[in-house]
Write a protein that binds this ligand. Structure first.
Ligand code: FES
Length: 81
């Protein structure tokens, strides 16, 4: 399996709708971060499907190294240049 690439070293804040299903990009190659656009094909990495419960603003991981996907946990601050 290919390693995920770092889309950016900070989260993207998005407004999520309650009860809606989303596909979070886990490979880092999507042009529509933080969501999957199909660019993972051939990498062996699959997007993460999740359903937003409450709705509201969320910090979505874009470094793809979070321990709490799809959400940012601050891991991007520990990644080197
Ligand atoms: Fe990254 Fe689909 S484009 S997981």
């Amino acid at each position: 399996m290919t390693e995920p690439v770092i889309a950016q070293k900070k989260p993207i804040i998005v407004e999520l709708e309650a009860g809606k299903e989303y596909w979070w990009c886990a490979c880092g190659r999507s042009k529509t971060q933080p969501f999957c656009d199909g660019s993972h094909q051939g990498t062996g990495i699959e997007p993460l499907c999740f359903r937003e419960e409450k709705g509201g603003k969320r910090g979505m991981c874009c470094c793809k190294h979070t321990a709490t996907p799809p959400y940012c946990d601050g891991t991007h601050k520990t990644l080197g240049d």
